[in-house]
Design a protein around this ligand. Structure first.
Ligand SMILES: Nc1ncnc2c1ncn2[C@@H]1O[C@H](COP(=O)(O)OP(=O)(O)OP(=O)(O)O)[C@@H](O)[C@H]1O
Ligand SMILES: [Mg+2]
Length: 260
């Protein structure tokens, strides 16, 4: 048994089904994440990634199946689950007139944390924003907003962070900085579930990825293992432009058609 297999599970999603009216957005999805693991949920637009996250976050009740964070069922104990999760909020969801100090204090307060000014400065310094304490959120650049929302998501040191497309719209510098922060979080033993459309990102930061389509699991494993496993699949061969990459596997398994 490898080291990874002996680590306890931090997140479990089992036989999850979520319907919106007659449409099935998540269709029997199962995967689990080990403590300390960086896990990527990959899939074309509309594959069911955000819907899956919303069940884990306790925002939506599944029609069947279940999700548990650190052994706690999301439907049975939503508050206990929220305390164990860090959720990166969409940048636009912050009240933009408030300064970043005010927002950080607001969220620390929601988690019942006392956040002395010195600690707040340290947290902000950690994401390179110590000079911006008094700035309204809306005056930050896109990359600064992203870094700040990540800092707020992890303000209560949760054992697992959920990041929905954390690097969308970031420049290469900010993207690399975020990858470095993800790496540091891994070294500190934290787990991360992230979604991304960047196969380069998945390959760089994720220990394992799940490729989903139409709410169903298509492939699961370490990026390099998926490439090795599917390199001779005719659907993958047909789209490869040289050495088979994770992107070729992704497109081979999920098809070339553009989604709505
Ligand atoms: N609130 C909703 N009401 C009705 N249908 C929804 C709702 N949210 C999502 N859907 C539908 O469910 C499916 C899955 O959507 P979801 O947002 O989970 O996909 P996604 O994988 O996150 O896609 P993207 O990569 O574009 O963010 C899509 O077909 C979408 O149109
Ligand atoms: Mg989404």
């Amino acid at each position: 048994m490898s080291e990874a297999e002996q680590r306890p599970t931090i997140l479990e999603v089992q036989d999850l089904v979520v319907r919106y009216g007659s449409q099935t957005a998540v269709d029997g999805l199962s995967f689990s994440i080990l403590r300390g693991e960086i896990f990527g949920l990959l899939g074309p637009n509309g594959a069911g990634k955000t819907t899956t996250l919303s069940v884990i976050e306790g925002l939506r009740k599944p029609d069947a199946g279940h999700a548990a964070v650190d052994g706690v069922e999301t439907v049975h104990a939503p508050l206990a689950v929220k305390a164990k999760l860090g959720v990166q909020l969409q940048a636009s969801s912050f009240q933009s007139e408030l300064t970043i100090e005010q927002i950080a204090r607001l969220y620390a307060g929601l988690y019942g944390l006392d956040l002395p000014r010195r600690q707040l400065r340290e947290r902000l310094a950690d994401v390179g924003l110590e000079q911006e304490l008094a700035k309204p959120f809306k005056k930050l650049s896109g990359g600064q907003q992203q870094r700040f929302s990540l800092m707020v998501a992890s303000i209560h040191n949760p054992p697992i962070l959920l990041l929905d497309e954390p690097t969308a719209g970031l420049d290469p510098q900010s993207r690399r900085q975020l990858w470095d922060r993800i790496e540091r979080s891994r070294q500190a033993g934290g787990s991360i579930l992230l979604t991304t459309h960047s196969m380069e990102e998945a390959q760089s930061v994720c220990d394992r990825v799940a490729i989903i389509d139409h709410g169903r699991l298509q492939a699961l494993g370490a990026p390099k293992d998926l490439v090795a496993m599917h390199r001779d699949d005719p659907r993958v061969r047909a789209v490869a432009r040289g050495d088979v990459t994770l992107e070729d596997v992704f497109i081979g398994l999920t098809g070339s058609a553009i989604r709505d």
